[in-house]
Design a protein around this ligand. Structure first.
Ligand SMILES: Cc1cc2nc3c(=O)[nH]c(=O)nc-3n(C[C@H](O)[C@H](O)[C@H](O)COP(=O)(O)O)c2cc1C
Length: 173
């Protein structure tokens, strides 16, 4: 599939079928994340994989944003390893941006493999960090739910096709 077709096919899935994610496919998704760029190649991002019944139950008890996905990736970064732009007298810290590109790569790789995904950040991250015993330097950026779409209920939401016009989105300055 071309990248443009992938971009057109991807949508947020909020209902997954009972089918598990094959281990080889999960490895490919993680590899796409591992190969993604980070600021000054500091690589502060890492992924904690949730797929055991016990951990799925734990995450679902904290947030409904894990839905019924058989795999939930916690995309995390080590705050102490992020690039900062201090020498430019700027408060920038790369953790969320680094995590975002890694999540994007994994999301698109999953889509290419026929998997469905949901990028989620609608929760209190510190509750999840506490439940999964994160050390204080480790932060949760977002969740990436992965599985196969439930053919009956797992289609795109009405919000999916709503996008700004190209004129609103990009303009020459
Ligand atoms: C940073 C970010 C956070 C998001 N958080 C949530 C969330 O917590 N729950 C949810 O159901 N969808 C979440 N989404 C998915 C968006 O709602 C979705 O991408 C948007 O409505 C467009 O729909 P589409 O992905 O189907 O094109 C999030 C997406 C992004 C990029």
């Amino acid at each position: 599939m071309s990248f443009m077709d992938l971009a057109k096919n991807r949508y947020s899935c909020r209902a997954f079928s009972g089918k598990n994610v094959e281990p080889e496919k999960l490895q490919q998704v993680l590899e796409a994340g591992r190969l993604s760029p980070t600021a000054v190649n500091a690589q502060p991002v890492f992924v904690k994989v949730i797929k055991s019944a016990e951990n799925l139950e734990k995450i679902r008890s904290i947030t409904r944003m894990a839905y019924n996905a058989p795999v939930v990736l916690m995309v995390c970064y080590d705050e102490s390893r992020c690039y900062t732009a201090e020498k430019y007298n700027d408060n920038f810290q790369s953790g969320i941006m680094d995590s975002s590109i890694i999540t994007t790569s994994m999301m698109m790789q999953a889509t290419d493999l026929g998997l469905a995904t949901l990028w989620a950040r609608g929760f209190n991250a510190s509750e999840i960090e506490k439940a999964f015993k994160f050390p204080s330097n480790e932060k949760l950026a977002c969740l990436l739910d992965i599985g196969y779409a439930d053919p009956e209920n797992g289609g795109p939401s009405p919000r999916h096709p709503v996008r700004k016009s190209m004129e609103e989105f990009a303009s020459e300055v």
